[in-house]
Write a protein that binds this ligand. Structure first.
Ligand SMILES: O=C[C@H](O)COP(=O)(O)O
Length: 256
């Protein structure tokens, strides 16, 4: 049965007032899309507000990042145990903005995954190639090596609790979405690779697509066999767009 996961990554956007209106709209439709889990990842300072507003709704709370250590002298960081107190179910790790702007290393990403899993959160590991890598036909090598590097560090037992988000870097925030065929090709590659490692562990792996997903392309993307949902940035800040993305592929999901 195909299930769908749609995660809103608000990035560094929002304020008390706009969060309230946006969540009011999302809560109003959230129980309607069949077989669909919706999650919202607000900036850390709004976790408390969003936690309260999501109470008694089916929407899961997520975090955009997590510290790579259990606790201690790490100014500005937020630990997995702190996120657990807000019942965060999802944690984004290795987003390209964090890898590029904040020089996040594979070692740190691996530690974050281990801590998140230890605190009952599902890490959402973001991977993706640059435009230059795609142009030089390195996409497959880059993607598989990003996954392998992390599996080697955390082990396959921990990795089975991970959700993967394929986000071609050239498609993030650019309005230039990967075509459904381009996305499906990489999702199928990822799934085949994981199955080749350990079919029992990775048969049901959830693989999301991210990168300029909007109300116009979500249906076609979700119709692809190996696309299980979306990690949505810009369009998740607009209630009407986000609603259409959450309803994408409903005909398939209702008959599943
Ligand atoms: O986390 C979300 C992704 O970076 C995609 O962002 P976007 O939908 O604004 O392109």
């Amino acid at each position: 049965m195909k299930h769908k996961l749609v995660i809103a990554n608000w990035k560094m956007n929002g304020d008390f007032s706009s969060n309230f209106s946006l969540l009011k709209s999302i809560v109003a439709f959230a129980d309607k899309p069949q077989n669909t889990q919706i999650a919202v990842c607000p900036p850390f300072v709004y976790l408390s507000q969003v936690y309260d507003l999501l109470e008694s709704s089916p929407i899961a709370l997520g975090a955009q990042n997590v510290g790579f250590a259990e606790k201690g002298a790490y100014t500005g960081e937020t630990s997995a145990s702190m996120l657990q107190e807000f019942a965060c179910q999802y944690v984004l790790v290795g987003h390209s903005e964090r890898r590029t702007l904040f020089k996040e290393s594979d070692e740190h990403i691996a530690e974050k995954i281990k801590l998140a899993v230890a605190h009952n959160q599902t890490p959402v590991l973001c991977i993706g190639e640059t435009l230059e890598e795609r142009a030089s036909n390195e996409t497959q090598t880059v993607i598989l090596s990003q996954i392998k590097t992390i599996i080697d560090k955390v082990g396959s037992e921990v990795f089975k609790s991970v959700v993967i988000a394929y986000e071609p870097i050239w498609a993030i925030g650019t309005g230039q979405t990967a075509t459904a065929e381009q996305a499906q090709q990489i999702h199928a590659l990822i799934r085949a690779y994981l199955r080749s490692l350990e079919p029992i562990l990775f048969d049901e792996m959830t693989i999301l697509y991210g990168g300029s997903v909007n109300e116009n392309n979500a249906d076609e993307l979700f119709a692809q066999n190996d696309i299980d949902g979306f990690l949505v940035g810009g369009a998740s800040l607009k209630a009407a767009s986000f609603e259409k993305i959450c309803f994408a592929g409903q005909a398939v999901l209702e008959t599943a």
